[in-house]
Design a protein around this ligand. Structure first.
Ligand code: SAH
Ligand code: SF4
Ligand code: F3S
Length: 470
């Protein structure tokens, strides 16, 4: 989508970024400058923001939640659905007023939206107060781009088309001290016809297992208890390394790391979900009993048009196998309604599938046309009102199932990793079960970071209340 740039990255190029970090840190000495990052989109973006925070921290900036007192404001963007894009652009428009009041503030935009040429052109033409723009493939170059922006009057724009290299050792400032995100593979090769991710995140590439394991070991040494392995399709981890390593094999290695008690991962593509992975989930004590397995649609006709490469029947077979091998497993999913050509009959098949699987939770989306993807040019785009009606029906059904499934846990004793103080009720603590359900309970803050057993007392669709078992 963008102009091709040189993509051979040498050790010197990486060292150069380190030197620039030191240079900016020197410039910032005794200045107490602050940064604020607004992150949109999936966990991969959240984790990229942790890398941006890590670099900013080493450059001498400190984090602030208050955008008004920030010296650098970064928008890490998502473009998976159009309305998110509109929201982000409107937020960037609002920032003009702040920039007029405080002209020294540096405004930057990065992330997936910046890999769309039309959007970068829009920024260039209509948002001249933006100081720097970069994309997903050259995040490691942020120090260099920032240094240029500090000394430039015009917008510094640096976007790469792709980057086959994986850059290790970017500083990371993690938002949490108990659980951590770990990238295992980047990009996506699947090209589902509705999805823009392969165009903005590039082709699939796996991190070397030793780099992943070393990162997790160092987290364990710092006291982290839970890790989530991240990728657009974790199940195809290792395919590009051609060394026989698979995602399941990686899980066996991670399971050996002392100190880490819980292992999670996302997202899994049904077409690549192997028996080897199901058995690993069954046999490895630290791998949690939760699987996020997006179905997208319950109609084979629509699945084909989506290029998902599985059928409703093969998906249901996987669900059966999972439930036989891991009886308490929680299963969650993603579903799109209103994909081009989706009829009432197709939608009914989605509802039927939801009834059959009885998901613990589902993330439901209205199909959003993404230009450049094959589905955007398909005929029979579904009427907006029909899409909304279908979404409502689907949410109503799933809520009912989530409530019923959680109610089955009433009175049970479950292990919870305590994550922090509850946002809603400051008297309470909050944590998650191995099945990824959120539980609130009364307890002292010194329990944060520990495992406790809770008796489940009250359940809703998304959260539960528990009582500490001494
Ligand atoms: N790689 C993951 C996640 C991709 S994005 C996966 O394959 O599951 C997260 C979810 O956004 C997708 O699962 C899909 O349900 C939804 N999504 C992606 N593109 C969309 C579009 N154009 N309109 C509506 N929902 C979309
Ligand atoms: Fe998008 Fe499909 Fe890749 Fe997921 S697997 S990121 S939905 S193209
Ligand atoms: Fe959005 Fe990019 Fe993630 S488009 S969903 S932030 S990979």
């Amino acid at each position: 989508m963008n102009e091709k740039k040189s993509i051979i990255i040498t050790d010197e190029a990486i060292k150069a970024q380190r030197n620039i970090i030191n240079k900016i840190a020197n410039l910032n000495k005794n200045k107490c400058l602050k940064f604020h990052i607004k992150t949109y989109g999936c966990q991969m973006n959240v984790h990229d923001s942790e890398k941006l925070s890590g670099m900013l921290k080493e450059m001498g900036y400190i984090n602030t939640k208050n955008i008004e007192e920030a010296d650098i404001i970064l928008f890490n963007t998502c473009c998976v659905r159009e309305h998110v894009e509109i929201k982000i652009l409107s937020r960037v428009s609002q920032i003009k007023e702040l920039k007029t009041r405080k002209p020294d503030v540096i405004i930057g935009i990065c992330g997936c939206m910046m890999q769309e040429k039309e959007i970068v052109d829009k920024i260039k033409n209509y948002y001249p107060y933006v100081d720097l723009v970069f994309g997903t493939h050259n995040l490691f170059k942020f120090p260099e781009i920032l240094l240029k922006a500090i000394f430039s009057d015009s917008t510094v724009i640096d976007i790469w088309d792709d980057n086959p290299n994986i850059i290790e050792n970017i500083p990371i400032k993690r938002a949490d001290a108990i659980k951590a995100w770990i990238d295992i593979n980047y990009g996506c090769n699947n090209f589902c016809t509705y999805c823009i991710v392969p165009y903005v995140r590039g082709r699939e590439k796996s991190r070397r297992p030793e780099n992943i394991l070393n990162e997790i070991k160092s987290l364990a040494n710092k006291g982290y208890k839970e890790i989530t392995l991240l990728g657009q399709n974790v199940n195809s981890y290792g395919n590009d390394l051609h060394e026989g390593i698979t995602f399941a094999k990686l899980l066996y290695m991670v399971n050996e790391i002392n100190g880490i008690e819980r292992i999670r991962f996302m997202t899994s593509h049904p077409k690549d979900l192997s028996d080897e992975l199901i058995f690993a989930m069954r046999d490895l004590g630290k791998v949690c009993e939760h699987l996020h397995l997006p179905i997208q649609s319950g109609s084979n006709r629509i699945l084909k048009k989506m290029n998902r490469k599985y059928t409703k029947e093969s998906y249901l077979e996987i669900i059966d196998k999972l439930r036989v091998n891991i009886p308490d497993i929680a299963i969650t999913t993603d579903i799109i309604v209103g994909f081009p050509g989706e009829t009432e009959e197709d939608f009914k098949e989605t509802l039927d599938l939801v009834k059959k699987v009885r998901y613990d939770a589902a993330y439901t989306f209205i199909y959003s046309k993404r230009s450049g993807t094959p589905a955007a040019n398909m005929e029979e785009q579904v009427d907006k009102n029909i899409k909304h009606e279908r979404l409502e029906k689907l949410i109503e059904l799933q809520n009912k199932i989530s409530i019923e499934k959680n109610a089955e846990l009433n009175g049970k004793i479950l292990e919870v990793l305590v994550e922090g103080i509850s946002k809603r009720d400051k008297e309470k603590l909050t944590g998650r079960t191995r099945t990824n359900k959120i539980v609130h309970f009364l307890g002292k803050p010194d329990l944060i970071g520990n495992f406790v057993n809770l008796k489940i007392k009250e359940t809703k669709a998304w959260t539960m209340q528990g009582e500490l078992i001494q």
